[in-house]
Design a protein around this ligand. Structure first.
Ligand SMILES: Cc1ncc(COP(=O)(O)O)c(C=O)c1O
Length: 404
């Protein structure tokens, strides 16, 4: 029975849908971190999953221009044609994949693209396979759509690299789709080309959909880009949906522009949902995203080089912390160290460990449990070298207080 909340004299019944949502394990730590910051306490924040760089100047200028030209009204629900065309050109150039405008939707962030897709595709009785560690939003969106998220663990000893064979044991007659992300949030793992090929083969053989979230595509440190499933697109087959965003690549998290490319019937359904939810993404942001994608890419190179430098530095510093082990990830801007050696007594799980670091080290991290992986923490290195050095030094100092 849905819980009844008393608000003033009114009895409010929250929907069963909302009650099925998990309470985010990150909330408690984040609230505590914010409270400490408000008290003027110097907390080093390794929590945020967003670039610390400013949006590139050419992109900001395109937005100013859009305002000056009064490009400030409703647009087409699924995004303006020049932006869809720019995305089609990008996927053609990068991956040889041919998409036309009817196979593309532009949304308010990658998150809305994924949400539209979940509502368009899943319902009661469906199962959606999600490899863990996963981005927190995937299972919740599947639940909001009424379906069941089925978690397939990807082990640390495989460097958290998803292999198609790991998914086979959890596939059932109710499985509708698999949602993967590469480079991965929170592990930074990148799925190699041969494994993307196996995943696509698997969904083809089983008649499933593959939703490939490629939000961090540019932040792949072994190659120019993480291999995109779009390269394997076969126009006769309808099993692939690519999701991306300008949010991380161009340091544009606040502008809220993401997109999906896929079969036209699915894109039309997602567009229909969007038309009744938020209408078009912000007109000004669309113009900014158009410049981001078609303009000078120099800023992406600069940011990528800096992330790589920070990754190498933070990884080397963490490797010196006794009892903490961490693989060197190939992508994104996160480290996902194993801290299980410290989990005992009061610090019994990763959420308690994150609380301990906040109180003892004044460092905020996200517990692994938020990503379906107990025994780990996520450290975002989208912050300065100085803060990385000082934060990891503080972590090491605090851990000396936990007896080994
Ligand atoms: C894996 C992944 N996908 C999608 C997104 C969505 O990004 P946005 O909605 O800001 O474009 C994020 C953001 O954290 C992410 O980590």
């Amino acid at each position: 029975m849905p819980e009844l909340k008393i608000v003033g004299k009114t009895r409010v019944k929250l929907s069963g849908r909302v009650q099925k949502l998990e309470i985010s394990p990150t909330t408690a730590v984040l609230q505590e971190a914010n409270q400490l910051k408000r008290q003027g306490i110097d907390v080093i924040d390794f929590g945020p999953g967003e670039p610390d760089f400013s949006t590139p100047e050419n992109v900001k200028e395109a937005a100013h221009q859009a305002i000056r030209e009064n490009f400030t009204k409703y647009t087409e629900v699924g995004g303006i044609l020049p932006l869809k065309q720019a995305l089609a050109d990008k996927y053609k150039k990068d991956w040889g994949a041919g998409y036309d405008a009817a196979e593309i939707i532009v949304c308010a962030g990658g998150k809305q693209a994924l949400f539209n897709l979940a509502l368009a595709l899943f319902e009661e009785g469906d199962e959606v396979v999600i490899p863990a560690p996963y981005w927190v939003t995937f299972p919740e969106q599947v639940r909001l759509a009424g379906a069941v998220p089925v978690v397939a663990p990807v082990p640390e000893h495989e460097r958290f690299i998803l292999r198609a064979a790991m998914l086979e044991p959890v596939l059932t007659s109710r499985t509708r789709a698999i949602i993967v992300t590469s480079p991965n949030n929170p592990t930074g793992a990148v799925i190699p080309e041969e494994e993307v090929r196996r995943l696509v083969k698997l969904v083809r053989e089983r008649g499933l959909l593959l939703i490939s979230d490629e939000t961090y595509e540019h932040f792949s440190y072994q190659t120019d880009r993480a291999f995109s499933a779009s390269a394997l697109r076969d126009e006769a087959l309808q099993e692939l949906i690519i999701v991306g965003a300008v949010s991380k690549t161009y340091a544009m998290t606040g502008w809220r522009i993401g997109y999906a490319l896929g079969p036209r019937a699915i894109i039309a359904a997602a567009t229909n949902i969007q038309s009744h939810a938020t209408s078009n993404p912000a007109s000004i942001s669309q113009k900014a995203a158009l410049e981001a994608i078609t303009g000078d890419q120099g800023s992406v190179k600069v940011m990528k080089a800096e992330y790589r430098r920070r990754r190498d530095f933070a990884h080397a510093a963490l490797a010196k912390v006794p009892g903490v082990s961490c693989d060197l990830p190939d992508g994104a801007f996160y480290l996902f160290p194993n801290v299980s050696r410290y989990l005992r007594g009061e610090v019994r799980d990763s959420a308690a460990f994150a609380g301990f670091l906040l109180r003892e080290a004044r460092v905020a991290v996200v517990p692994g449990s938020a990503f379906g992986a107990e025994g780990y923490i996520r450290i975002s290195y989208a912050t300065s070298m100085e803060l990385l050095a000082e934060g990891i030094r503080r972590i090491e100092e605090a851990l000396r207080k936990i007896k080994n």
